[in-house]
Design a protein around this ligand. Structure first.
Ligand code: ASP
Length: 331
């Protein structure tokens, strides 16, 4: 009886401590968005824009971005899964949350159990690119060139399970050119892009948030976009065909980003973070920046915590057979 009472007291004082903590959140302490890829790349870009837009609704809190790159994003994700669950360390990750369970035999965290879901942020189409020296100017020429040079070219990506990796796999599988290129992993598509521009790698499929500026400046060649429908409202990307209309019927890939906290973060803090995220998603400045880079800011129910989780759970089920048909696995 005595023991029970002290347990009850301990629980009571713990929840009181949680409530006090939530009341002060974020206070004068900085929040960190962990980006599990290199600085200057597409996920980093979303994180920095989002950090700026979430500042105001979080009472002017400072939000830092920390790049923890490696292993397709799983190193940074694991870092947040193990971080203190006080709302100050958050993860900004993408489709990797749903692709890595199918690709890693020993994933060090459980996507649906080790995180609190804070809301989906955006959807981002991808573009199929070649180095500037590639002797192809249309999608048809590009596909023929890869076919004719099977085994001789390389494909850059941001690690197993990254968006660029999934896109490369899906494309090679759709054109029946599996294993036609040597894959070269980078810590993110920012360094991969530098190598593509420099001609050290031949091909990459990357998010429009990282490619639009490079395509516009003529530093890389773009051959197609990965959405089922053309990007007809985007001033630059509207000029590129979809893979779907190039004969890869049904090809439709847009990747997404979401925000996460470690499991067990106090409910009141989760609500505060989700409220701030929803304010950011309606911020005209944030929307304008994202749209300029071809991304679509989430406007539907997936900005809610429960719907975000439900969406990711469905994506895990959707991606598993696709990856297993085309995939390469890591331990
Ligand atoms: N999101 C990665 C990055 O920011 C790229 C990728 O997933 O392909 O570098």
């Amino acid at each position: 009886m005595k023991a029970l009472t002290s347990v009850a007291v301990a629980i009571l004082s713990l929840s009181a401590a949680g409530a006090a903590l939530a009341q002060d959140f974020p206070g004068s302490k900085s929040i960190t968005f962990v980006v599990p890829f290199a600085a200057g790349g597409p996920t980093d870009r979303v994180a920095r824009d989002l950090a700026e837009a979430m500042r105001k609704p979080l009472n002017g809190a400072s939000i830092n971005v920390e790049n923890a790159a490696g292993a397709g994003g799983t190193i940074g994700a694991n870092k947040v899964a193990r971080a203190k669950n006080d709302g100050y360390t958050l993860l900004l990750w993408h489709i990797g949350m749903a692709s890595t369970p199918a690709l890693y035999r020993k994933l060090p965290f459980k996507p649906l159990e080790d995180f609190e879901y804070l809301g989906l942020v955006n959807e981002v189409p991808m573009t199929l690119l070649g180095k500037p020296q590639l002797p192809a100017n249309t999608y048809r020429d590009f596909e023929n060139y890869i076919r004719a040079n099977s085994g001789k070219l390389n494909l850059a990506h941001a690690g197993l399970g990254s968006a660029s990796h999934i896109c490369g796999l899906m494309w090679q599988s759709a054109v029946k050119l599996n294993e036609s290129m040597t894959t070269i992993p980078f810590g993110g598509t920012a360094p991969a892009m530098t190598n593509l521009i420099g001609g050290q790698v031949d091909v990459m499929c990357d998010q429009t948030t990282n490619t639009t500026g490079q395509i516009e400046a003529g530093r890389v060649k773009a051959f197609a976009v990965t959405t089922a429908k053309p990007l007809s409202t985007h001033k630059l990307l509207k000029d590129y065909p979809t893979l779907n209309e190039m004969g890869l019927k049904g090809f439709d890939l847009s990747i997404w980003h979401g925000l996460y906290a470690p499991k067990g973060t106090p409910e009141a803090i989760l609500k505060q973070l989700n409220d701030a995220l929803k304010v950011a998603l309606k911020d005209p400045e944030f929307i304008k920046k994202q749209e300029g880079l071809g991304a679509v800011v989430v406007t539907d129910k997936r900005m809610e915590r429960a719907q975000h989780k439900e969406f990711v759970s469905k994506e895990i089920d959707k991606l598993k057979p696709v990856i297993e048909a085309a995939g390469k696995f890591a331990d």
